[in-house]
Design a protein around this ligand. Structure first.
Ligand code: FAD
Length: 519
């Protein structure tokens, strides 16, 4: 990728800054229309919010309540397209709203019926009211005191960082050049103030370079205002960053493959408890924060809030000692800065044409990344004076999609998420049996995944492997720390690390992971 970028002599049709769901979605869209695209990510793909979500491909039951029917319908359609184009990573999941008050069953039952109706042909399953017994059958760990019954509906669930890595590979297959660990430090401008390209620094070597583009697309999520200010120091900020946290517990807190959703917590937020990769994911909060950061840290009050709220609904209230990992993410909500309640701000996306000619694509949701990209590339092509070409991503399979290759696919187990790549990882193990060994007794990952991640998925650090190629850090932070030396050992020959480099990798991972282990 680097070599191809260096030998690219002319201006790019589009340069995308930011390698999260939004930026990579734009790269897929633009490249698959035949435009010439470069994407630069300052850290690893998905290092920002896109690896830290609740991992739901959903229309958003809450947005229905806010009356945002268009957003819900768009998102439900996108959910359907994701299930079609990435069935190896996205699947449907049953959600139960437990009812403790008499009015909840008719109220939520009706709302969820409407939610189902809005999905139309993209519907996943029938919404219905559950008796008390049926509710407990699905959610045996629920608090039984005062439980009247529940309402069940279906939504999509996925592994966010893994989907993103497969999207990076899809974009590359479509001809885009995507580079991680390349920080855009500035913008070049013409004499009349129009952005003509980017100045960037390759993080590992420190090498600086500049690249020209017919249009620069700012897809830096919660960091969008920084690049907007670099393009034009007079712009008013548009992002109102809001932090959400998740706690991860063992599987015993759900015990079945259904999720719990509490649409109204004591302070008016939504709480989810979701089975995820053999664990229980509980979140999330919505706390306005001053500024975006790459490694947001869960605040004590947020941890307390999630524990206390989960304890109101679960027969065995989880405690701090049960927490295997805690992670925080920043929503790139678009609104006036300083807004008090970010839960009420729009989750809609905004495509903003800056006076400098740069396009900022902001807000939205993971679920709607494809639609955001389509809108953004439509506009970017006009700004760049490129020939109009139709969007093709509705029917574009995401890398590894088993469509037509069922022989190569594993439908369960640790390799299922790799789709058609699973067969190639098995080939690595066939050539070297040691690669079939597990990395840790608490998690299902095998050594072969590390080698695969370096050779084929652009993993550059121990953190890349443990946080985003596998999800070890997010599932069990202590186990991830224990895995780090073995991961470094496997990466060393691939990347030419000596003992000092290995030790440095392990130390920096240990230090990062400490924030995922609640004190
Ligand atoms: C707690 C939480 C839960 C959520 N749950 C869901 C959910 O269940 N379903 C759903 O649909 N959505 C969910 N979302 C929303 C969704 O995660 C975000 O909308 C989406 O991930 C945003 O993607 P992005 O690409 O815009 O931002 P990011 O993923 O943050 O990507 C921006 C990237 O830009 C890079 N960058 C910044 N500055 C530069 C620079 N100067 N040079 C190069 N690169 C740069 C950053 O490193 C970063 O990787 C959730 C969000 C949060 C916070």
């Amino acid at each position: 990728m680097w070599g191809r970028m260096e030998s690219h002599a002319k201006a790019w049709d589009m340069i995308v800054v930011g390698g999260g769901a939004t930026g990579v979605g734009v790269a897929i869209d633009a490249a698959s229309r035949g435009y010439d695209v470069l994407l630069l990510e300052q850290s690893d793909f998905g290092k920002g919010t896109s690896s830290r979500s609740t991992k739901l491909a959903h229309g958003g039951v809450r947005y229905l309540e806010q009356g945002n029917i268009r957003l819900v319908m768009d998102a439900l359609r996108e959910r359907g397209l994701l299930l079609k184009n990435a069935p190896h990573i996205v699947h449907d999941l049953a959600f139960v709203v437990p009812n403790y008050e008499w009015w909840e069953a008719p109220f939520y039952g009706l709302g969820l019926k409407l939610y189902q109706a809005l999905a139309g042909k993209y519907g996943l399953g029938s919404t219905r009211i559950l008796s008390r017994e049926e509710t407990l059958e699905r959610l045996p760990t629920l608090k039984t005191d005062g439980l009247r019954g529940g309402a069940i509906y279906y939504d999509g669930q996925f592994d966010d960082a893994r989907l993103l890595i497969h999207m990076v590979m899809t974009a590359a297959e479509q001809g885009a050049i995507l580079l991680n660990y390349v920080h855009v430090t500035g913008l070049t401008k013409s004499s009349d103030g129009l952005v003509t390209g980017v100045i960037a620094r390759e993080v590992e070597s420190g090498q600086e370079f500049h690249a020209e583009a017919k249009v620069v697309i700012n897809a830096t999520g919660a960091f969008a205002d920084q690049l907007r200010a670099a393009a034009d120091s007079t712009v008013a900020p548009m992002i109102a960053p809001s932090q959400g946290i998740h706690l991860v517990f063992g599987p015993e807190f759900l015990a079945r493959e259904s999720a719990i959703i509490v649409p109204h917590t004591s302070d008016g937020r939504v709480l989810f408890a979701i089975p995820w990769n053999g664990h229980t994911l509980v979140g999330t909060t919505d706390t306005p924060v001053e500024a975006a950061m790459l490694e947001p840290v869960a605040q004590e009050e947020e941890i307390e809030f999630v524990l206390a709220t989960a304890g109101q609904y679960l027969a065995k209230a989880p405690t701090r000692d049960d927490v295997l990992s805690v992670f925080a993410g920043i929503r790139p909500l678009v609104g006036s800065s300083g807004a008090g309640r970010t839960a009420a701000l729009s989750r809609d996306h905004v495509i903003h044409l800056e006076r400098s000619g740069m396009i900022s694509v902001m807000g939205g949701k993971w679920t709607t990344y494809r639609l955001m990209a389509e809108d953004c590339v439509d506009k970017a092509a006009i700004i760049a004076k490129l020939p109009a070409r139709p969007c093709v991503t509705r029917d574009l399979a995401i890398h590894g999609c088993p469509r037509g290759r069922h022989d190569a696919v594993e439908h369960s187990g640790v390799f299922s998420v790799y789709g058609s790549d699973a067969v190639e990882i098995r080939t690595l193990i066939a050539a070297n049996e040691g690669l079939g060994e597990p990395l840790h007794p608490a998690l299902p990952h095998l050594k072969a995944e590390v080698v695969w991640a370096v050779r084929h998925e652009m993993a550059r650090t121990v953190e890349d492997v443990l946080a985003r190629r596998t999800r070890a850090l997010f599932l069990n932070a202590r186990a991830a720390v224990e895995m780090a030396p073995a991961v470094a050992e496997l990466m060393a020959p691939e990347l030419g690390w000596d003992d000092t480099a290995k030790a440095h990798q392990c130390e920096s991972f240990r230090s990062l992971a400490s924030a995922y282990i609640p004190g």
